[in-house]
Every structure is written in structure tokens, then in C-alpha cells.
Design a protein around this ligand. Structure first.
Ligand SMILES: NC(=O)c1ccc[n+]([C@@H]2O[C@H](COP(=O)([O-])OP(=O)(O)OC[C@H]3O[C@@H](n4cnc5c(N)ncnc54)[C@H](OP(=O)(O)O)[C@@H]3O)[C@@H](O)[C@H]2O)c1
Length: 258
């Protein structure tokens, strides 16, 4: 297997589950040192155990650092940066992935709901990147996890979708801001991806199948589908791609299934 990330260090926020966990696994498999974050020490320990047993590399455990850090807390992000600097000295890749989905009609959104979603999905991504940039090597790459909902309206996702539109817009601006250091900034927009977050919104098999039926691919996406797209954007294979959003959605946004 080609190892695109040997001697590189990657930060994956929200690495305990779903797409973050799958991306951490792929980056470890491709040789990177990987830092994963989450809000809970037990979940981080479980993720580390899973990564230790499911990556192909025997030394993967030595290349993994887990850090408890709430993405919505700037103080936690400062402490995270210190831990990364102490352990690895620098970063080459940032996957700003941590996010929350709260889905309800706009009339039911409370101020607390608004602050929670925006606090993690927008403020969290903003300050994750701001704090990481001083550690990021020239020529590094940032990938933000956005969502298909930035491209197409979804009735119960007013705040969530706006937070995702905000972070894609951030990718565009930062691609110009950080270009003098050859740092590329892109987002991915996953469609319906079979993760704990998705299952929270579609708990029954019937609901999950109905969502899958809305895609041209005729299936839900996997976390690995998205991890491969993130690794592509983070790698030199995407050396001339910056400020873009890459839909990983089985055709959900662009086409209506036959
Ligand atoms: N699943 C989908 O269909 C879908 C579609 C489009 C976009 N997305 C986006 O994809 C990203 C990953 O979602 P997923 O589906 O893989 O969900 P998931 O399996 O629920 O994972 C979410 C991850 O984010 C972490 N997290 C949540 N809030 C956090 C916070 N305040 N600070 C630090 N970490 C936090 C969680 O860690 P702990 O719980 O351990 O703290 C977990 O590792 C999110 O940004 C989501 O909006 C998902």
C-alpha cells in the first residue's frame, strides 16, 4: 500500500466515532502520526484500543495520541495545541471534523440549541484551525467536514445547514489567507453516511433504507468512503486543489434516482 503520510502528523477532531475514527485509521495505515480528540476520556480510550487492533501497522499505537478537548472550548483547543507541540512538534494535516447534528423545525430551535450547534460546528472549527495553524508546516493541508446540507435545503436543519455553509465559506477564505504558506484548505460534504450521528436521526432500518433510496448510488455512504476523500484532499495528490468542497454523497445533491 502507498504510504502518503509517512513522517507526517495529522490532527483529527472528533476521532472517537464515525468519519473521524475511520479517517484516523486510514491516516495511521498510511504512515501518519495521528492525534484524535473527543469530549470523553473513556470514549477516547475505546477508540485508541480499536485503532490499535484494526490498523495494519504494529507500531500504530506509538503513533497515536488521544487528547480530551471540547471543540467548542477555546481553552481546550489551546491545551490541545500544547499537547501536540510537546509530543510531535508540528502538524501537516488538520481534519476539523467534530460536529453535532440537532434536527428540529426552525420554530422549535431554542437559543441553547443554536449556541450548541454553532459553538461546535462553526466556532469550534474556526478556533481549531486558528490554534493549529502556527503548528502547521508550510505546504500543509486542512480539510473541514461540512455537509450536503450546505448545497440543498433540509426542513429540519436550519441552524445545522447554516453552520456547514459557514465552514465551507471559511475554507474558501482561508485558502487565500494561508496560500502564502502553501497551506491548502478544502471541505468535504458527506451525504447520508452510516454513523452513530446518522442512526440517531434514522433509527429504524426502514428510515435508513428510505434515505439510501434518495441517492443515485442506492446505498448509504460508509465512514471509509469519506475517509478516502479526506485523505485525498489532505495528500499531495490534491496539490492544486484549494478552496473547494468535495461532495461525497452518492449523487444525493446532483441527481434524482431513476
Ligand atoms: N453522518 C452523516 O450522515 C453526516 C453527513 C454530513 C456531515 N456530517 C458531519 O460529519 C462529522 C462527523 O460526524 P459523524 O457522522 O461521523 O458523527 P459521529 O459518529 O457522531 O461522530 C462525531 C464525533 O464528533 C465528536 N464531537 C462531537 N462534539 C464534540 C465536541 N464538542 N468536541 C470534540 N469532539 C466532539 C464526537 O466525539 P465524542 O462524542 O467522543 O466527544 C465524535 O468523535 C460532523 O461534523 C457531522 O456534522 C455527518
Amino acid at each position: 500500500m502507498t504510504k502518503r503520510f509517512e513522517n507526517k502528523t495529522a490532527l483529527v477532531t472528533g476521532g472517537t466515532s464515525g468519519m473521524g475514527l475511520a479517517t484516523a485509521r486510514l491516516l495511521l495505515d498510511e504512515g501518519a502520526n495521528v492525534v484524535i480528540t473527543g469530549r470523553d476520556e473513556d470514549r477516547l480510550a475505546a477508540a485508541a484500543k480499536e485503532l490499535g487492533t484494526t490498523t495494519r501497522d504494529l507500531d500504530a499505537a506509538d503513533r497515536l495520541l488521544t487528547v480530551r478537548a471540547d471543540a467548542a472550548s477555546v481553552a481546550d483547543l489551546d491545551a490541545l495545541t500544547d499537547r501536540v507541540r510537546d509530543r510531535f512538534g508540528r502538524l501537516d494535516v488538520v481534519f476539523a471534523n467534530a460536529g453535532v447534528g440537532v434536527f428540529q423545525p426552525s420554530a422549535e430551535v431554542t437559543e441553547d440549541d443554536f449556541d450548541q450547534i454553532v459553538g461546535v460546528n462553526f466556532k469550534g472549527v474556526y478556533f481549531t484551525i486558528q490554534k493549529a495553524v502556527p503548528l502547521l508546516a508550510d505546504g500543509g493541508a486542512i480539510v473541514i467536514n461540512a455537509s450536503w446540507t450546505l448545497h440543498r435545503g433540509l426542513a429540519v436543519a436550519s441552524v445545522y445547514s447554516a453552520s456547514k455553509a459557514a465552514v465551507h465559506n471559511l475554507a474558501r477564505t482561508l485558502s487565500a489567507d494561508l496560500a502564502p504558506r502553501r497551506i491548502r484548505v478544502n471541505s468535504v460534504s458527506p451525504g447520508f453516511i452510516d454513523t452513530p450521528m446518522f442512526r440517531g436521526a434514522a433509527p429504524s432500518e426502514e428510515e435508513a433504507a428510505a434515505y439510501a433510496g434518495q441517492t443515485v448510488a442506492g446505498r448509504l455512504g460508509t465512514s471509509e468512503d469519506v475517509a478516502r476523500a479526506v485523505a485525498f484532499l489532505a495528500s499531495d495528490d490534491a496539490s492544486y486543489i484549494t478552496g473547494q468542497d468535495l461532495l461525497v454523497d452518492g449523487g444525493l445533491v446532483t441527481s434524482i434516482p431513476a
